[in-house]
Ligand binder design. Structure first.
Ligand code: ATP
Ligand code: MG
Length: 488
């Protein structure tokens, strides 16, 4: 266990040649205070919970008094936003405080989101509002709890400082952690500004730090790209299986490590709705739920383009060609697990697509359906309530249930054992928009207890949490189809 002062900083990114970003001074909130801290993330840094309660913690993380070894740095990047290339974005409101190397040698970016203007702010205020900070903080932990690669929140620093969006809101800062914040768009920036040597420097940096088995190897860039294709395919398969819509899959929000990055207007499905658009500003549905696998491929093609000074077109094409099969395989693995199937059979794809069609038609709650399906009694003629009751016209479900029953019988499935397995993969809790909204409303009134409670529940989403039962419910009327804007 370490104290704050004992954190070991190894700022590999800030030491790259000039051109990768800018040294910056964060702009602290004078009244910053720690309003929530994530014990699991503290542990990753070997910090005890007491360290977070010291005034030095807020001062260091909030930018007022950096720790020895911190070198606040804003990273430059570009990106395709809604299909359009924007040549220069960069950390306009986030910045890398420093990179912590833990005792085991693992490296953690400490990233401050909402830390004030940087040279990349493009006229923005460099701030983040409390509302979006809470959403990102909770969802990072929810995804981690679901076993999906993601950035993590270390804590939220609150303030009464006004931040002007559509309405006046209060500002907040999120201290975020990830092994790296390099994005597809970081490569695009150097490629399109024709800084070819920096494309190679960046690729070698990422390889050395995160794909060390490829370092110095012949053909490493093509293998690196292939690995990013694989990780992205797996990530998006995980999103689809859990019913997560990211909302802003611009290439500047695509992590080179295949992490879920930048929680903005995201949403988990309530009712199963394939074309669900969670981002209020996405009027054409480019980032609709069912478009995500296709957009993942599109974004990878952008990355491939940006690597063409390091790999050949044939290599890029060959790597990209692995996306769809990898995605399909990962997705079907996850769906089989959700259905409690152990064997792989040809008819599985159809079993899944038939189910989805019926769920969409009946507007069935996605998370609740799979959780309940664990209890499905598979004997011939058995009573299939309560799953059946989720369908307003249960005949549709009965037809599918017949196929499912036959499929289970074919592999000799045993209900009790299947139920136990399904409970471990079908979460009871996801961060529903209406639940996030409750936590936000209370926090805006000064009460962060629900934020803390949800953090605990969501980090263990497969368990029963009797005191949090209401948060596993489908949305109440006010919480259906909450519009979430990009403004954050
Ligand atoms: N309030 C703001 N002030 C300055 N720049 C901003 C602001 N909001 C967004 N930006 C910049 O606009 C671009 C797109 O924003 P986006 O919402 O995707 O990222 P972000 O949420 O700020 O950060 P990240 O991707 O690190 O989670 C980024 O370059 C971001 O830094
Ligand atoms: Mg972003």
């Amino acid at each position: 266990m370490a104290t704050l002062e004992q954190l070991r900083f190894d700022n590999t990114y800030a030491r790259l040649p000039a051109g990768f970003g800018a040294r910056v001074h964060p702009s602290p909130f004078p009244d910053a205070k720690l309003v929530s801290v994530n014990p699991a993330a503290l542990k990753l840094l070997d910090l005890t919970p007491e360290e977070a309660q010291r005034p030095e913690f807020v001062a260091a993380m909030g930018g007022a008094k950096p720790l020895p070894g911190m070198e606040p740095f804003a990273m430059v990047y570009a990106g395709h936003q809604f299909g359009v290339y924007v040549p220069r974005l960069g950390d306009g409101r986030a910045l890398l405080l420093g990179e912590v190397r833990d005792a085991a040698g693992a490296k953690w970016d400490l990233h401050l989101k909402g830390g004030g203007p940087t040279p990349f702010s493009r006229g923005g205020d460099g701030r983040a509002v409390l509302r979006s900070t809470i959403r990102e903080y909770l969802c990072g932990e929810a995804m981690h709890g679901l076993g999906i690669p993601t950035t993590r929140g270390l804590g939220i620093l609150g303030s009464q400082a006004p931040v002007y969006r559509e309405a006046v809101e209060t500002g907040a800062m999120l201290v975020r952690m990830a092994p790296s914040h390099v994005r597809f768009g970081t490569f695009e920036f150097f490629h399109y500004t024709e800084q070819t040597e920096h494309v190679a420097t960046l690729a070698d940096h990422v390889i050395t730090e995160h794909f060390p088995q490829l370092a110095g190897q012949e053909g490493r860039y093509a293998r690196f790209y292939t690995e990013v294709v694989e990780r992205t395919a797996r990530l998006i398969a995980q999103w689809q299986a859990v019913g997560f819509a990211h909302g802003v899959m611009n290439t500047d929000n695509m992590s080179i490590l295949g992490l879920t990055l930048d929680y903005g207007p995201f949403g988990f499905l309530d009712d199963f709705e394939p074309g669900f658009i969670c981002n209020h500003s996405d009027d054409r549905g480019r980032y609709a739920f069912d478009q995500q696998p296709r957009i993942g491929l599109w974004n990878l093609a952008c990355l491939g383009e940006a690597l063409l000074t390091l790999i050949s077109e044939d290599e890029a094409r060959a790597a990209l060609a692995t996306y769809q099969p990898a995605y399909n395989a990962h997705f079907m693995d996850r769906m089989r697990a959700k259905l409690g199937l152990r064997e792989t059979r040809d008819e599985d794809r159809e079993l899944v697509s038939d189910l989805f069609a019926r769920m969409a038609e009946a507007h069935v709650d996605y998370t609740r359906f799979f959780r309940a399906l664990g209890h499905f009694a598979s004997a011939d003629g058995a009573d299939t309530r309560p799953v059946r009751d989720m369908f307003p016209a249960p005949e549709g479900f009965d037809a599918w249930a017949g196929r499912y029953r036959a499929r289970l019988a074919a592999e000799g499935s045993v209900d009790a054992e299947r139920h136990a397995r399904m409970t471990r993969v079908n979460p009871k809790y996801v961060l529903r928009n209406w639940v996030a909204q409750e936590a936000i409303s209370r926090a805006e009134a000064g009460d962060f207890s629900l934020v803390d409670r949800l953090l605990g529940v969501l980090s263990d989403p497969f368990a029963e949490h009797p005191d949090a039962e209401p948060y596993a419910a489908a949305p109440p009327t006010w919480g259906r189809h909450l519009a979430v804007s990009c403004s954050s």
